[in-house]
Design a protein around this ligand. Structure first.
Ligand code: COA
Ligand code: AMP
Length: 630
């Protein structure tokens, strides 16, 4: 069967398609049906099944004879450490940590926040939480205490599991002070914390609240897997939206297992036992789906890589790992390849390694630019597969299903919709448009298994953000078009989300920080094009009347504020003081026009602009920092 047959088979019988895929999962009680549409337009999958995530990711492989197979390879060039964990060892470790959590009162439905660097213990913690039916929420290490506090208040965790530190090139990031600061700031207080001590910066523990990772497991009984309902949340992952308040994407247990397992062969073309590597971070959805869950559910070997594409120690690190561990499919963000290409354009490092075992490179998280794709193809001599998805969906919306059929690649397109997704391009009125016509990308409801059923504690926001604009559809927030051959093209976001080095950030959240500066009367943050990171945030501020401090002093304070309140990952380093911001006559800031000026793109003067002269002022200001040179 080719792609078209599989897609059509799904379309003509979605229920049969997903019930078939569900056969590959070990259920404690098999679901009687796949889709539950009793509460449409909110949908659930496998509602009456009973199942456990950790059992399917770990225990069943030990029972099935994979106990001695390596489950996790840990390779940390940044600390000079390598180790492996077999499925049998993983089962033991996860059951013990789960037992410790259970002994301290964590039960089904309780939330546990995980704030860990890229060490295998991060996966152990995630699996231990799902083992007992609790719900984890992993927070990326590059976020500041304030962002962690917002998530603590929203998820209201009973416990927090944290590493004592993360390690970035040239600096150790002590997590414990950030954790303490966040708990101090939050109104909700966790009952206890478990701290994984790292020798690079062990943390001081607060007696009575904090417990050492090893000590807390001492003498406890290992926990069994707790079966949960198919729609029980496995985890919550916060992601950026239009405002500063992040959205808590809920991932339901049954659909997550079924869908991720299906993707491993059909999309990533790996068989159980083979090595699969996603170079991302457990704090992002790619890390959840493709460092932790999917490879383990499918019985693959996964790699936890603690390092960067360049500088740890050089631009050959990725190739070394691919050779050393026999990686078959490799997944990363285009920005990582841009970084390597910049450092090693002729691929001198590539030549030093034997990459003949690699079958494909998969790129996602941001637009894959043709230059990067062509360079990667030339260097690696394997298909370079762009695929498009989001935190909300948890797995590919559009891609090239390599395990079914290698469809011809059209550079600039992530190829075609996967089974489960009826992707349509809509005009402002919600009507489907013809081929090659730009519009909002929407997915006809219901979304497939594994995608978000709602936002944590925020059903009204879920409806408003995704379902209301185009009734009957899920609004992706991306704009693009579909060509005559059915290939999809992703062109831009339709909201205030930007993508910086493959990291999803909200310009609205940054504006909220800038607006808090006492000298700032008004502000706007936009995403400008960047050769390495894809986009970079840039802030424009108008000062309060009467303020006449040096502008450099104020912008330095603004940069520091964003770093302290959102985190270094925001990469907010560009700020400009201007007299006025361009607006429509109704007062809406013309951010999209500002982006066009900064990026030297042609634009039509908005008909509703209040005072076109302001655009020239913006251009002049941009020129002082090397942008908008024309
Ligand atoms: N903990 C603490 N700080 C972190 C962090 C973490 N987990 N991750 C990033 N940061 C910090 C960085 O140290 C940097 O700090 P600095 O301003 O002091 O230099 C800042 O956040 C910005 O990070 P980043 O945008 O990643 O830039 P970089 O210059 O450090 O690295 C790349 C650039 C391209 C090498 C890097 O972004 C990369 O490897 N990207 C891959 C993308 C990826 O994995 N995306 C995940 C989705 S698939
Ligand atoms: P995240 O939720 O962090 O995965 O970010 C999702 C957003 O990143 C999408 O809505 C797109 O805007 C962008 N994105 C992800 N993958 C791609 C891709 N392959 N091509 C273009 N944009 C992408």
């Amino acid at each position: 069967m080719g792609y078209k047959d599989v897609y059509d088979a799904w379309k003509s019988d979605p229920e049969g398609f997903w019930m078939g895929a569900a056969e590959a999962i070990d259920w404690d009680r098999k679901p009687s049906k796949a889709l539950n549409d009793s509460n449409a337009p909110l949908y659930e999958w496998f509602t009456d099944g009973m199942v456990n995530t950790c059992y399917n990711a770990v225990d069943r492989h030990v029972a099935g004879g994979r106990g001695e197979q390596t489950a996790i390879i840990y390779d940390s060039p940044i600390t000079g450490t390598k180790s492996t964990i077999s499925y049998a060892q993983l089962q033991e470790r996860v059951a013990l940590l789960a037992g410790a959590l259970q002994a301290k009162g964590v039960t089904k439905g309780d939330r546990v926040i995980i704030y860990m660097p890229m060490v295998p213990e991060a996966l152990v913690a995630m699996l231990a939480v799902t083992r007992i039916g609790a719900i984890h929420s992993v927070v990326f290490g590059g976020f500041a205490a304030n962002e962690l506090a917002v998530r603590i208040d929203d998820a209201a965790p009973k416990a927090i599991i944290a590493g004592s530190c993360g390690i970035e090139p040239g600096r150790v990031v002590a997590y414990k002070p950030l954790l303490d600061g966040a708990i101090e700031m939050a109104s909700h207080k966790p009952e206890f914390c478990v701290i994984f001590q790292r020798e690079q910066s062990p943390a001081e523990l607060i007696v009575g609240r904090d417990f050492d990772w090893n000590d807390v497991q001492e003498g406890v009984a290992p926990a069994d897997c707790v079966p949960v309902e198919g729609d029980h949340p496995a985890y919550i992952l916060y992601t950026s939206g239009t405002t500063g308040a992040p959205k808590g994407v809920v991932r339901p247990t049954g659909g997550h297992l079924v869908a991720l397992n299906w993707t491993m062969k059909n999309i990533y073309n790996v068989d159980p036992g083979e090595v699969f590597w996603a170079a991302s971070d457990v704090g992002w959805v790619v890390g959840h789906s493709y460092i932790c869950y999917a490879p383990l559910i499918h019985g693959n070997t996964t790699i936890v890589f603690e390092g960067k594409p360049i500088g740890t120690p050089d631009a050959g690190t990725f190739w070394r790992i691919i050779e050393e561990y026999g990686v078959k499919s490799f997944f990363t963000a285009p920005t990582a390849f841009r970084a390597i290409k910049r450092e090693d354009p002729k691929g001198e490092f590539v030549k030093k390694y034997d990459l003949s075992g690699l079958r494909g490179l998969y790129l996602a998280g941001e637009r894959a630019d043709p230059d990067t794709i062509h360079w990667a193809e030339e260097m690696l001599k394997v298909p370079v597969i762009d695929h498009w998805w989001q935190t909300e969906t948890g797995w590919t919306i559009a891609g090239n299903p390599m395990g079914i059929e290698h469809l011809p690649i059209k550079t600039g397109s992530p190829t075609v919709p996967m089974p489960g997704y009826d992707v349509q391009i809509l005009d402002e009125g919600g009507n489907p448009v013809g081929a090659d016509t730009l519009g909002a990308i929407a997915i006809k409801l219901p979304l497939p298994p594994g995608t978000l059923p709602t936002l944590w504690n925020a059903e009204a926001r879920f409806r408003k953000s995704y379902l209301e604009h185009f009734p009957g559809y899920y609004e992706t927030g991306d704009a693009g078009y579909i060509d005559e051959d059915g290939y999809l093209y992703i062109m831009a976001r339709t909201d205030d989300v930007i993508n910086v080095a493959g990291h999803r950030l909200s310009t609205g959240a940054m504006e909220e920080v800038l607006a808090n500066h006492p000298d700032v009367a008004e502000c706007a943050v936009i995403g400008v094009a960047d050769e390495l990171k894809g986009q970079l945030p840039m802030g424009f501020v108008c000062l309060t009347k009467g303020v006449n401090r040096p502008h450099g002093e104020i912008t330095a304070e603004l940069v520091k504020m964003v770093r302290d309140q959102i985190g270094p990952v925001a990469a907010f380093k560009l700020a400009l003081v201007v007299d006025r911001l361009p607006k429509t006559r109704s007062g809406k800031i013309l951010r999209a026009t500002m982006v066009k000026i900064a990026d030297n793109q042609e634009f039509k003067l908005p008909a509703t602009i209040d005072d076109p002269a302001i655009l020239d002022e913006i251009r002049v200001a941009l020129q002082t920092i090397g942008y908008a040179k024309g």
